[in-house]
Design a protein around this ligand. Structure first.
Ligand SMILES: Cc1cc2nc3c(=O)[nH]c(=O)nc-3n(C[C@H](O)[C@H](O)[C@H](O)COP(=O)(O)OP(=O)(O)OC[C@H]3O[C@@H](n4cnc5c(N)ncnc54)[C@H](O)[C@@H]3O)c2cc1C
Length: 386
């Protein structure tokens, strides 16, 4: 963090998901007086519904620095706030020759350029030595990356406000919806009017309540994802690193430059079109309780239905069983999450009115990037004010 000589401000943050918490932390650390408004009695949006993967490997090249800054801050949160953060790394598993080809091409193109990352090609036996969860049937090898971390989203997101309150005096107001924002002024649902020097709206996929005109005509999509979680695995069994299937190579932008990806995409489209229909690729992480978090699917915009189709869960589980072996597949819970995704950049950041900011649209990368995106924003605002 840069040394800060700018005047201290009264700052309001709307939304206690990871984006709002990231802004609250960055602002409070710079000595500002922060009030955090959350309409629910506890955070229950996308930020508690995810895998908890700090997924540096999947980020585009121009987001790597932001992801690494965020990773450092998660590790700090672990030390200072006692939040469980495990630097576990990740393996993309290859069970098909075209997946193995993409992994090798990616490794070849990135091995010298990735800052602070250890990337490595693993043989089949090396994969099996690093994780007991990879399905040996048809396994060809894997791509190891050292940078990924695991957090338990629910406990982390609910613990952070308490820590911000006790360490920095952040005023956390749950069950307080914000219904109007204008420069210098914020109105809560109960009618209370508050004055602030700067207001940051981090309302996740709620693009309608505050400043809807800002989101109109912009490339922001809503996306619904299906997830599930096993019961605690027996006998302290641990998965080791996060695991992703070859299908995941289709999903994250970092792999898009690989020419060999085209034949993988074509193979999936022709042999298993149902996976494209529901945007399915599969991944697994394991929390501190020993539960394995599994997913996911992607349905955009008009496809965001309130009802969850059991067919989607069946397909996710079918694909997971091709790549994983777990001691137990008994599910403890199933849910869906919805996030907002800005398609033009890593985050949708605007200042529609003086010192009124909007930050959302981090898509499937909010846990990975938010703590870095907020730092970047506060450094920018400080420079502008200097
Ligand atoms: C199933 C799933 C899996 C994912 N997996 C990962 C992963 O492993 N790694 C990763 O990096 N990212 C992952 N993501 C993405 C990540 O979870 C999101 O990018 C991130 O949580 C978005 O955070 P947010 O703060 O914008 O939204 P939210 O967490 O939804 O928070 C917004 C908050 O604002 C509050 N709010 C809204 N309007 C108001 C108002 N008017 N007044 C007061 N409060 C208001 C809401 O109640 C809510 O608590 C996943 C997402 C999903 C859904």
């Amino acid at each position: 963090m840069a040394i800060n000589n700018s005047p201290k401000e009264r700052v309001a943050i709307v939304g206690a998901g990871i984006v709002g918490l990231a802004h609250a932390w960055s602002a409070a650390e710079r000595g500002h007086s922060v009030t955090l408004f959350e309409r629910s009695s506890k955070a229950s949006g996308a930020s508690i519904r995810n895998f908890g993967m700090i997924w540096v490997i999947g980020q585009r090249d121009d987001a790597q620095d932001t992801a690494l800054t965020a990773r450092e801050r998660w590790l700090r949160a672990s030390q200072e706030a006692g939040i469980w953060v495990q630097p576990c790394g990740s393996i993309h598993l290859a069970h098909c020759p075209d997946e193995w080809e993409v992994i090798q091409e990616f490794h070849e193109s990135h091995r010298s350029s990735h800052r602070g990352t250890t990337l490595g090609l693993l043989t089949r036996d090396e994969v099996l030595n690093r994780t007991p969860a990879a399905n040996p049937a048809g396994l060809l090898g894997g791509l190891w990356s050292s940078t990924e971390c695991c957090v338990d989203p629910t406990s982390a997101i609910r613990a952070m406000p308490t820590w911000l309150q006790s360490k920095y005096g952040v005023d956390v107001r749950y069950s307080t919806a914000v219904v109007h924002v204008e420069p210098g002024k914020l109105v809560a649902g109960c009618g209370a009017v508050h004055s602030f020097d700067r207001i940051v709206i981090c309302s996740g996929d709620d693009l309608a309540t505050l400043k809807p005109e800002v989101y109109r005509e912009q490339s922001i999509r809503r996306c619904k994802l299906h997830m599930m979680r096993t019961i605690t695995q027996p006998d302290d069994w641990r998965i080791g690193p996060h695991l992703a299937s070859g299908l995941t190579l289709r999903h994250y932008p970092n792999f898009q430059h690989c020419a060999s990806l085209r034949s993988l995409i074509q193979r999936v489209a022709s042999q298993t079109p149902e996976l494209d229909r529901f945007g399915i690729h599969v991944m697994a992480s394991q929390n501190h309780l020993g539960q394995v978090v599994l997913g996911d699917s992607h349905q955009y915009d008009d496809e965001v239905e309130p009802f969850d189709e059991s067919e989607i869960d069946r397909l996710i589980e079918r694909e997971l069983r091709k790549i994983l072996v777990l001691p137990t597949w008994e599910m403890q819970s199933r849910w869906h999450g919805i996030y907002a995704k800005y398609t033009q950049d890593i985050a949708f950041e605007r200042e529609p009115e003086p010192r009124v900011h909007v930050c959302t649209g981090l898509g499937g990368n909010g846990m990975t990037l938010s703590l870095g995106v907020a730092e970047r924003a506060w450094n920018r605002w400080e420079t502008n004010d200097a």
